[in-house]
Design a protein around this ligand. Sequence first.
Ligand code: APR
Length: 174
Amino acid sequence: MIRVVQGDITELDVDAVVNAANPSLMGGGGVDGAIHRAGGSAILAECMEIRRTMYPGGLPLGEAVATTGGALRARHVIHTVGPIWRGGGSSEAETLGRAYRSCMRLAAGMDLRSVAFPCISTGAYGYPVKEASRVAIHAIREFIGETGWHGEVLLVAFTALDHLALTAALEDAL
Ligand code: APR
């Protein structure tokens, strides 16, 4: 089931929170910075190990990897990289949908039952939040429809504007 909530994703008691990372996995600003700050060095240590063993060139756009949640209430962090918005003509929607599906596939593979997503790519990466919300909900609903996964997905809005966009997109989809 999919729910829209407003707040700070680092405070949620869920099996996994999703991080809108960059390919380096070495942290950044926005939700990436918040998750690393609140989760602590254990998350970064596992990100460095993932870079060393699995992705020496960086995490490709649309892929997802999991680490410990560290000091977060969430047990795990699923790191993914969304597209940078370049106007809509560079397969941004396809890449964003792939990022959401990769996170869902990883969560299902880890037998997780609750996953919280931020609005991936809608901050520093500039993706218009209304369109990104539609892509996110379509990708998640498609994954659930194809696999029968029956956990809980929380779409976390940090701002009231994002909450409006996510709520409207979810209502349109139902
Ligand atoms: N909880 C929930 N959502 C948050 C939080 C938080 N604590 N902090 C920020 N957000 C929201 C933003 O308001 C935005 O809606 O997360 C969404 C994604 O914004 P960014 O964090 O800027 O991520 P993104 O647009 O995907 O850009 C990723 O920014 O931080 C760097 O390392 C990151 O290079 C990468 C890029």
